[in-house]
Design a binder for this molecule. Structure first.
Ligand code: PEP
Ligand code: MN
Length: 337
């Protein structure tokens, strides 16, 4: 980190600030320029807040040189992490498709969809039991009963399940789940992230509606810092000025994230587009961009789905798509999980 001092800075104030840095175990390199004095801070600066340093009146500006995240940083762990959940692998050449309805609605619905997506080659069954809905009057999910139905569908089909948590107090209810999803709206629910770091179930962390990639990686850092290293990132579209799609799929996030972190990165084209016909081209783009997997919403009766019907594929459409996904994954040198 570099700290640039104002021309008018009193040497005593600079000295005092430097001793504060030294007290935190940092080494200081002084650079005396013609117009300004700078210092380079060497050591672990991840605990420093640049805004707090800027609050000193002798400071002109602060620039970070290294990233504020450590455990998720590819610099410190150059090889791809392979996350294993419910016996399935994601990352490091393993490509996993997670498919299922937005919401668990009944035993017949979730088991029927699980059977068909399993036959089509999905590696995971997805389905929301606790639903984050914009309206308090919209369907809120089957909650604990929905989790039970997911586990029953797993027993019948062998498909591991991934489902969303919204409240850290619910973690014990998720004990039988293979992968816990943190939805976009909770990406910066730091108490939830800390609690998920303290337990062992792998986590699927979705990017927030309006979060930068650095914020996304810092949220993943919370989970790894707590001791849980099994985290998969999911790009699911961000909010932009464009209203014709539900969100804008940030496809460049995939190669950018993969350059910055060793964690697997998957893409959710369903929530990105909000339109079922757009799922296929976005899924193909995700594979070409280097994604390690896809999350796709599939419903037996999309027009009557309790949530997200417009973006859901029918099982038959999903089956057709999976053939194309399989071919594309092979073309890009990965193996279907
Ligand atoms: C979901 O996966 O059903 C969901 C609510 O997704 P997101 O958090 O990406 O909106
Ligand atoms: Mn949904």
């Amino acid at each position: 980190m570099i700290v640039i001092f104002k021309n008018s800075a009193q040497p005593e104030k600079i000295r005092r600030l430097c001793s504060e840095f030294e007290a935190q175990g940092l080494e200081i390199h002084k650079i005396e320029g013609r117009r300004a004095n700078w210092i380079g801070l060497i050591g672990d600066t991840s605990g420093l807040d640049p805004d707090l340093i800027r609050a000193h009146d002798c400071v002109e500006d602060v620039k970070r040189i290294s990233e504020p995240y450590k455990k998720v940083n590819r610099k410190f762990c150059p090889n791809d992490t392979v996350v294993c959940a419910g016996g399935r692998k994601i990352g490091g050449g393993h490509f996993a498709v997670m498919a299922g309805p937005c919401s668990v609605e009944s035993e017949a619905q979730i088991t029927g969809i699980a059977e068909s997506v399993g036959k089509s080659g999905a590696a995971f069954l997805r389905g929301g039991a606790f639903k984050p809905r914009t309206s308090p009057y919209a369907f809120q999910g089957m909650r604990a009963e929905g989790l039970e139905l997911l586990c029953r569908a797993r027993e019948k089909t062998g498909l591991p399940v991934v489902t969303e948590i919204m409240n850290p107090a619910h973690i014990p209810l998720f004990a039988g789940v293979d992968m816990i999803q943190v939805g976009a709206r909770n990406m910066q629910n730091f108490e939830l992230l800390k609690a998920l770091g303290r337990q062992k179930t792998p986590v699927l962390l979705k990017r927030g509606l309006a979060n930068t990639l650095e914020e996304f990686l810092m949220s993943a850092e919370y989970i790894l810092a707590g001791g849980n290293e099994n985290v998969v990132l999911c790009e699911r579209g961000i909010r932009t000025f464009e209203p014709s799609t539900r969100n804008t799929l940030d496809i460049s996030a995939v190669p950018m994230l993969k350059s910055k972190t060793h964690l697997p990165v998957i893409v959710d084209p369903s929530h990105a587009a909000g339109l079922s016909w757009m799922v296929e081209p976005l899924a193909m783009a995700a594979i070409a961009a280097g994604a390690d997997g896809l999350m796709i919403e599939v419903h037996n009766d999309p027009p009557h789905a309790k949530s997200d019907g417009a973006q859901s594929l029918t099982p038959a459409q999903f089956d057709e798509l999976m053939k194309k996904i399989g071919a594309a994954v092979q073309f890009f040198g990965k193996a279907m999980e």
